[in-house]
Design a protein around this ligand. Structure first.
Ligand code: ATP
Ligand code: MN
Length: 457
């Protein structure tokens, strides 16, 4: 089927051109003068194309007069300058072919406001709404910008395993992968892989092996955490981007994280102006100003110890009073990035005791070369570190963490053969999309969210 995308029709195609478009009806209005106005959306952009169908068309009474929201149509006609406000052109139909009707009594996406809670129950159809169409287009643009950022800088894209036998640091609870009969007692020697296996919580350990050979790499793949966090910022299945750089320290890592976020948001504003204007008007009136501010402003960089001092001195009540040695809570993270600095904040040098074994131990013996990047409203969007490249230090950290060194023999080999300083971080794709769009709930920025007690679709 030869069709022109509506995004091209409304921006590029000259009036008086003959075009064919295909899409789904959003609204229909019959006028007294013997016309129907069909607003058609094909997903290529937010805007609908207005189709004017004359009652002289031979299927007017049989088909066109019965069109309702959700029906699919193919329309051929002539593009003409539109007398109506807010649209450059409209399509005067010579032919309207109805492909599929949508029963008006049962079609869930009627042209009215639906709550996001309701639309989650209709996740297979919600992409046909303005909000979810825009989220999907922005998600695609952000994914492309991520690849573009790394490819422009000579990073190689690496695919790390989804099924894994190693528990990366205990980043979260893991989902088990097994072919054993759930009713029988577990005997992993009889299991598919002959040992317990899990869905990955991070590609980092394998990413490190490729960085220590290719130089600069990134992963971009699905990540699974069985943590029972029913929050607007946690999913059980999400997408993570993990760059890893050989011959790089914590400062280089923080520099990359800052450039990376700025690139993503600049690309989003540049490539999705129509969708971003929608989010700014309908979802969060501050989102455009926030993104522009972030692109233009250097990120603040402070140590964990400084952060604790600032929080302890702050004149407000905390659910979790801050003290040195405790992990930062979202209330602390948001206070620093929203109130104290009003810009993204990179916090470095966390206590070793609250961070995983692979982060590089500093000379003070108490802190590690970790960094978290915090942004307003979301809190942590990136977590990263310079890695421990000294085998003896790594081994003692692993032993202290109760890990079996033999399980990590290949990871330790990196420190045995040509060890080198290296650093990396993880960015959650969905938190990035939440931040870019202003969408409040992470369940609304992934097509089919997986959360505790919910895996429909
Ligand atoms: P949090 O403290 O918010 O649970 P984390 O410390 O577990 O995050 P990391 O293990 O450092 O996060 O993962 C790196 C990034 O992956 C985070 O900064 C965040 O953007 C994203 N992320 C982590 N867990 C989730 C999740 N359950 N759902 C969506 N994104 C997540
Ligand atoms: Mn977590």
């Amino acid at each position: 089927m030869e069709r022109t995308l509506i995004t091209d029709v409304i921006t590029n195609v000259a009036p008086q051109t003959a075009v064919t478009i295909a899409g789904w009806i959003r609204t229909v209005r019959a006028s007294k003068g013997g016309f129907s106005f069909l607003n058609v959306n094909d997903g290529s952009c937010m805007a609908n194309l207005q189709v004017v169908a004359d009652d002289k068309l031979d299927n007017y009474g049989t088909d066109i007069a019965h069109l309702t929201a959700g029906c699919s149509v193919v329309v051929t006609g002539t593009l003409v300058e539109s007398p109506a406000k807010g649209q450059r052109v409209e399509l005067h139909a010579d032919r309207v072919q109805v492909l599929g009707l949508a029963d008006a009594d049962t079609y869930p996406i009627q042209p009215k406001r639906h709550t996001f809670e309701f639309l989650r129950t209709q996740a297979h159809l919600r992409v046909r709404t303005n909000t979810f169409g825009a989220v999907a287009r922005v998600r695609s643009a952000i994914s492309f910008a991520i690849h573009e950022f790394f490819q422009q800088r000579g990073f190689f894209y690496v695919n790390t395993p989804i099924i894994t036998a190693s528990d990366c640091e205990g980043a979260g609870e893991m989902f088990r992968v097994t072919t054993l009969d759930p009713a029988a007692p577990a005997d992993h020697s009889q299991d598919f892989f002959g040992q317990p296996t899990f869905l990955t919580v991070s590609g980092q350990l394998e990413g490190e092996t490729y960085a220590c050979g290719l130089g600069n790499i990134y992963t971009f793949g699905p990540t699974f955490r069985a943590e029972n966090s029913n929050t607007p910022r946690h999913l059980a299945e999400f997408w993570m981007i993990e760059p890893e750089m050989a011959f790089c320290d914590l400062t280089g890592d923080a520099d990359l994280a800052e450039d990376f976020l700025k690139h993503i948001f600049a690309a989003t504003l540049q490539r999705c102006p129509e969708d971003m204007a929608f989010f700014n008007e309908r979802i969060d009136k501050t989102v455009l100003a926030t993104l522009e501010h972030i692109i233009d402003t250097p990120f603040e960089r402070i140590t964990y110890t400084q952060a604790i001092e600032l929080l302890a001195a702050a004149d407000r009540k905390w659910d979790y009073p801050p003290h040195w040695g405790a992990d930062l809570q979202t209330e602390h993270e948001r206070f620093l990035t929203e109130q104290t600095f009003n810009r993204p904040v990179i916090i470095t040098d966390y206590p070793a005791a609250i961070k995983p074994f692979y982060m590089r131990l500093s000379d003070d013996g108490k802190t590690v070369a970790a960094m978290d990047v915090l942004v307003p409203k979301i809190g942590e969007i990136i977590g990263g570190a310079q890695r421990e490249e000294r085998l003896d230090v790594l081994d003692s950290r692993m032993t202290a963490a109760g890990l079996d060194l033999d399980d990590y023999w290949w990871f330790r080999d990196l420190r045995r053969y040509g060890t080198a300083p290296h650093a990396g971080f993880g960015l959650g794709l969905e938190r990035t999309i939440q931040f870019a769009t202003g969408m409040a709930n992470i369940r609304d920025v992934i097509p089919y969210p997986r959360t505790p007690r919910s895996a429909e679709f």
